[in-house]
Design a binder for this molecule. Structure first.
Ligand SMILES: CC(C)=CCC/C(C)=C/CC/C(C)=C/COP(=O)(O)OP(=O)(O)O
Ligand SMILES: C=C(C)CCOP(=O)(O)OP(=O)(O)O
Ligand SMILES: [Mg+2]
Ligand SMILES: [Mg+2]
Length: 290
């Protein structure tokens, strides 16, 4: 089975669990699925699974639960991020954002339900491997909440003075660190050596996202562009210009490959990072190249 299919199936199993089989509010049930399918790039669970596979993937059910839980948290964060009180975005993944499709109250509840569901999925993985499941819960919680998770990252946007490194590391880096560390944990390995790889991929992803926000169109991205400018957010493009940010992106990615810890599947993991790099590198249009 392809990795994409494995991830989509794990996500769908989780959503089905959240929808239940008995009485449940219809619109909220529908919105859970709407928020997570069809997926975006599924880049975080792909990295997680690739690390788990490079480490032997000896408990595939635990890796499936880890990948699904991480993607559920990511989707929840996008639903909340698009709300009027944050970025007030009307489209996401090429369709109306959840609050545009279902209203604000249900969008808040969709995000809330997905967060809780993510941790339920990990709790249930304890039936297969209690130690690994407990470590996965702690790692995902650390990278989701305060003081260093994506909630903290979002929190920086309400501060008058922003610590740029902490802002980027928590807003975007956190779920990439979760991806590499949860992949290792799911396969029974120590998480600590996998911090650097996640941190570097996260930093690269943030620079790439800043470049896409400045260079791409709404139709290409399926979400509003020019957001960093509009919200006055610090970005790699504002700081370094397009050329400087592109150079920085290439340097971080080279560093990411050299930070892969030694493991049985090291070579194929390096290939995955190179492939991910190609995917996230924004392609300038002919007009921008001229
Ligand atoms: C778990 C949970 C629900 C957290 C709530 C806190 C929250 C709203 C986090 C958003 C995190 C995030 C990376 C948003 C997208 O960034 P962006 O706005 O720069 O990117 P975009 O262009 O894709 O919108
Ligand atoms: C952290 C950021 C910039 C939010 C968007 O993440 P992705 O670009 O991975 O979103 P999807 O592919 O999942 O839609
Ligand atoms: Mg935002
Ligand atoms: Mg946004």
């Amino acid at each position: 089975m392809s990795l994409t299919k494995r991830i989509d199936m794990a996500v769908m199993r989780a959503i089905t669990l959240g929808q239940g089989t008995g009485a449940a509010p219809r619109q909220l049930s529908e919105a859970l699925e709407y928020a997570c399918t069809p997926g975006g790039a599924r880049i975080r669970p792909t990295i997680l699974m690739s690390v788990a596979m490079a480490c032997g993937d000896d408990r595939p059910q635990v890796a499936d639960a880890a990948a699904a839980s991480l993607e559920l948290i990511h989707c929840a964060s996008l639903v909340h991020d698009d709300l009027p009180c944050f970025d007030d975005a009307e489209i996401r993944r090429g369709k109306p954002s959840v609050h545009r499709a279902y209203g604000e109250s249900l969008a808040v509840l969709t995000g809330d339900s997905l967060i809780v569901l993510a941790f339920e999925v990990l709790g249930r993985a304890a039936a297969v491997d209690p130690m690994r499941a407990a470590q996965l819960v702690v790692t995902l919680a650390q990278r989701t909440g305060m003081p260093g998770g994506i909630c903290a990252g979002q929190g920086w946007e309400s501060e008058a003075k922003i610590d740029l490194t902490a802002y980027h590391r928590s807003k975007t880096g956190a779920l990439f660190i979760a991806a590499t560390q949860m992949g290792a944990i799911a396969a029974g390995q120590d998480a600590e050596p996998w911090f650097d790889l996640g941190d570097r991929i996260g930093e690269a992803f943030q620079v790439a996202d800043d470049l896409r926000d400045a260079l791409c169109s709404e139709a290409e991205l399926g979400k509003p562009v020019g957001q960093d400018d509009r919200h006055g957010r610090p970005s790699a493009v504002a700081q370094l210009g397009v050329g400087g940010a592109t150079e920085r992106l290439k340097n971080i990615l080279a560093g990411a490959i050299s930070s892969i810890p030694s493991c049985p599947g090291e070579a194929s993991l390096a290939q995955m990072v190179t492939l991910t790099a190609k995917k996230i590198m924004p392609q300038p249009t002919a007009a921008q190249r001229a």
